[in-house]
Design a protein around this ligand. Structure first.
Ligand code: UDP
Length: 236
């Protein structure tokens, strides 16, 4: 049984969040997104010449995305270099952004995206996607929508929003199921859905619903951060 959350949050409550854009002066666009003790910093370069040349597409841009957990982001120092998990997360971020960015408007170009995790307490792929999509908007790339992403899941008998690492590691009874989800909110489109654990069809529906409600709050915060940035820019 998991009747009260370790950090006393309601089951449908997100951790405290912060979002800001334009934080890396030498990138075309950048953003930072923090949710609880998980923080992602994203920087976007391009549209630029495609390298290596053989991945160039005549009718659209290609996205090259790298996710990296900094060594000091977790209690047991993360190993430098890309492991299988980093490659998988880079790929799922790319897949989601392929739906968000209007690549056809930038043929023969490359969009280079770097995401660094400065602190990790679960939900880093979702925080990365949220930060990366804000950075793309900050770079002025043509987009169908921002991506708003959050993990939801089930711990014991309770459907939960925005799991911490301590919750992901819950081992009593049925244990924990973690479902990272990303939306294009204004299109009502899911661009990432993964599942780690076991869950019934009915519970998966509840998890997606609670995830969607959380993502809408993240979406509002993203839009606020971008508005703040562009209104400051127009003043200077
Ligand atoms: N983690 C860690 N060391 C690692 C990889 C992951 O401590 O080398 C922790 C980190 O807190 C991460 C969590 O495990 O956020 C869950 O990782 P998972 O692969 O499920 O992806 P995430 O939830 O971060 O998207």
């Amino acid at each position: 049984m998991y009747t009260e959350r370790f950090d006393k949050r309601n089951f449908n409550e997100l951790r405290p969040m912060e979002a800001e854009t334009g934080i890396v002066p030498n990138a075309k666009g950048s953003a930072r997104f923090r949710i609880g003790n998980t923080e992602a910093v994203a920087a976007v370069y391009g549209p630029e010449e495609v390298k290596p040349r053989h991945i160039e597409k005549a009718d659209r841009a290609v996205i090259l995305c790298k996710y990296d957990m900094l060594p000091f982001s977790v209690p047991d120092r993360a190993k430098p270099g890309m492991d299988r998990r980093d490659i998988e997360i880079s790929q799922v971020i790319t897949n989601a952004l392929n739906r968000a960015i209007i690549l056809e408007e930038m043929p023969r170009a490359m969009i280079n995206i770097r995401v660094y995790i400065t602190q990790a307490d679960a939900g880093t792929r979702c925080a990365s996607l949220t930060a990366a999509s804000m950075a793309c908007a900050d770079a002025g790339l043509p987009m169908r929508d921002l991506v708003a992403a959050v993990a939801a899941g089930k711990i014991g008998d309770s459907v939960c929003l925005d799991l911490t690492k301590e919750e992901e590691d819950f081992h009593e009874g049925e244990g924990a199921t973690d479902v990272p989800i990303a939306f294009l909110p204004s299109k009502n489109e899911i661009v990432l859905l993964q599942l780690d654990g076991r869950v019934s069809k009915e519970d998966l529906k509840k998890i997606v619903e609670i995830g969607k409600e959380g993502a809408m709050k993240i979406y509002e915060l993203e839009k606020k951060a971008l508005k703040r940035r562009f209104s400051n820019e127009s003043k200077s």
